[in-house]
Design a binder for this molecule. Structure first.
Ligand code: ADP
Length: 321
């Protein structure tokens, strides 16, 4: 153990309840990070420990920021937020396929489409059925081994656009508090940018982490860095960056060319000290299959493998503590 982690460990010893619950202590560039096992704790107890750890660590010399990743695997559900700086970068495509890939990796996955500006998951997942009600709770529909709820199943297209804060929060609540039954891992497809849905989700449902989707282009990356800043400021651990539409794979010969460049997001991830989760090429089949309601991650071939790789990296990061 390095001197730095010794320093963190001794500060943590003042937080009695944290004993035996922390792992992966690290102090780098003024950022103290650790993984906190919150298994078996009530929400209040969890919040209390988190607050006391923050207070203890931020008081240390050389610590300017404290990041705590919680392994909520034993209590409730682990929520993974999928965000992007702007629309059209393939955020929903990645969220849907990631959910399918995580389910194929053996997880019980729920998928929430909270993109009020363009709920597209019913189309991408090939299930536009209206969900049923069980008491006051909405029952998710099944698609490719995943259970799903979408804001698009609740309202007519376009209706949600005029919503303001409280209505947005209440719609998100209906989705998040649906009858998720045994789902352990929730993938939440956020609207692009940094608005009310993001704030509600972070404050009320406390995601375990966020995945940011970006194309290799600079413009999208500048937008992406705003989304990244929001999660950072709100202490949501950044699980990683996915580079989508990275290189174009020719449907005839398979040769990969780079109409928008490639590697931009990976380089940016490095600069911003965010894990890089992987790249998804721009392919005709991803577009066609998504429009046809058959997520490529459910099939075989290079696209399915690309999503499976990202799911593997995500699971490694999140549950390895
Ligand atoms: P966002 O959620 O960021 O607005 P979508 O996931 O709706 O973006 O994707 C926008 C469009 O781009 C859709 O038509 C989708 O099928 C297509 N698309 C997304 N990713 C890829 C990809 N890797 N290759 C080809 N088309 C893609």
């Amino acid at each position: 153990m390095s001197d730095d982690s010794d320093l963190l460990a001794s500060a943590l010893s003042s937080v009695g309840e944290a004993e035996g619950r922390t792992a992966a202590l690290r102090l780098r560039d003024g950022i103290a990070s650790l993984v906190l096992d919150v298994g078996g704790l009530s929400d209040e107890a969890r919040d209390g420990i988190e607050r006391r750890i923050r207070t203890a660590l931020i008081a240390l010399p050389g610590v300017r920021e404290v990041r705590i990743a919680m392994t909520a695997d034993k209590v409730g559900r682990t929520i993974i937020a999928v965000g992007s700086g702007k629309g059209g970068v393939g955020k929903s495509t990645v969220a849907a396929n990631l959910a399918v890939a995580l389910a194929r990796a053996g997880r019980r996955v729920g998928l929430v489409d909270a993109d009020i500006y363009g709920p597209s998951l019913p189309r991408i997942m090939g299930n536009s059925d209206r969900p049923e009600l069980k008491g006051k709770r909405i029952v998710p529909v099944d698609a490719f081994g995943v259970k799903m709820l979408s804001i698009g199943q609740l309202v007519e297209p376009g209706t949600a656009l005029a919503w303001r804060g409280p209505m947005i929060a209440s719609a998100l609540g209906q989705l998040m508090d649906g009858d998720w039954d045994d789902r352990e891992l929730m993938v939440v497809d956020l609207p692009p940018g940094t608005g009310d849905i993001q704030m509600s989700l972070i404050q009320k449902w406390k995601p375990a982490g966020a995945v940011i989707v970006s194309t290799p282009q600079d413009l999208a990356l500048i937008d992406a860095s705003r989304a990244i800043d929001l999660f950072r400021k709100m202490n949501v651990p950044l699980l990683g960056l996915v580079e989508n539409m990275s290189g174009y794979a020719c449907p005839h010969c398979g040769e990969v060319s780079d109409p928008f460049g490639a590697g931009g997001a990976e380089a940016a991830a490095k600069v911003m000290s965010i894990p890089f989760l992987g790249r998804i090429p721009l392919t005709l089949s991803i577009r066609r299959d998504s429009d046809a309601g058959v997520p490529p991650a459910a099939g075989t071939g290079p696209e399915a493998e690309a999503f499976a790789g990202i799911a593997r990296r995500l699971l490694e990061f999140q549950f390895s503590a």
